[in-house]
Design a binder for this molecule. Structure first.
Ligand SMILES: [Zn+2]
Length: 287
């Protein structure tokens, strides 16, 4: 039992410390953004599950030692079991409060953004069909294309529409469609929630920032698959001006980085087996 708890704790701490450091290094984000995002979420889930199982076992031990049969734990006297159980509960409580607090702040932020959108554009919004999408076109002299979660949909400003060719516009709409279809706002939220759980860890902050970029690259790649990498790249330059990130994204597309092989897609799926490791440790009949 003690070995199980130690293994689960070590797995959780190791993943929390190492996963962000390993994942944000090198060219993984640029070459295989989908793999990076899957690996990140899978390691987060694995770390959280390992921690929950370790704390759960400690709490169960405390209850067993007090209520049921004091001699059953063997490796631990009832008082120590109770202290550890209360400690585990306190850790769970602190994590719960931090997540709830951050989730509340993020929800408020999203509501304010939606309010700003309706106040800012008000009645200038026209709903219209563009290709396979029904978008909200706003009369505005600055190029804006964005996927909004609430009210859910894609907005396009008249300036953005006028700057782009039909193919480029379609590419941009595929990009925004990906943000909505893959629930990228949730991915960014998960990154920020994880960061709030371990606020002292610079790697968690870097990972949260990397998530924001990685979802853009994933959306670029899907748009490129549907509308051609060249159209996505030229649309990015026309809309994004001369920002450094835009130039890098366009250069990446032109270099053909968006065409990930099937092996990598398989790896991105296979990596979701990682959460089975803490489950196997917890359910292992020995110990
Ligand atoms: Zn985007």
């Amino acid at each position: 039992m003690a070995l199980k708890i130690m293994l689960l704790m070590e797995l959780s701490i190791m993943l929390t410390l190492l996963a962000p450091i390993v994942l944000v290094r090198g060219k993984l984000a640029s070459k295989h953004p989908m793999l990076l995002l899957s690996a990140w979420h899978s390691s987060l889930l694995t770390a959280a599950l390992a921690l929950l199982l370790a704390l759960g076992i400690l709490i169960a031990n405390g209850v067993l030692a007090q209520v049921d049969h004091p001699g059953a734990i063997g490796w631990l006297d009832p008082l120590a079991a109770a202290i550890l159980a209360w400690g585990a509960l306190a850790i769970l409580g602190v994590i719960g409060v931090r997540i709830w607090w951050q989730a509340d702040a993020l929800a408020k932020e999203a509501r304010e953004a939606a309010d700003r959108f309706s106040v800012f554009f008000g009645r200038s919004v026209r709903h219209m069909a563009m290709g396979r999408w029904y978008v909200r076109l706003v009369e505005f002299p600055v190029p804006i294309v964005a996927a909004l979660q609430s009210p859910r949909g894609i907005i396009v400003s008249t300036e953005a529409r006028d700057r782009l060719s039909e193919r480029e516009l379609r590419a941009v709409l595929w990009h925004e469609d990906t943000h909505l279809a893959h629930r990228h706002s949730a991915a960014v939220t998960i990154g920020r929630l994880a960061q709030s759980c371990v606020p002292m860890l610079p790697a968690a902050e870097r990972m949260a920032q990397a998530t924001s970029l990685v979802v853009e690259l994933i959306a670029d790649d899907r748009a490129a698959a549907h509308s051609g990498a060249g159209n996505v790249a030229s649309a990015l330059v026309k809309l994004g001006g001369d920002s450094e990130t835009t130039a890098l994204r366009a250069a990446r597309l032109r270099a053909g980085a968006s065409r990930a092989g099937n092996g990598w897609k398989l790896a991105a799926t296979g990596i979701w087996a990682a959460p089975l490791i803490p489950l196997a440790i917890a359910l292992w009949p020995v110990g």
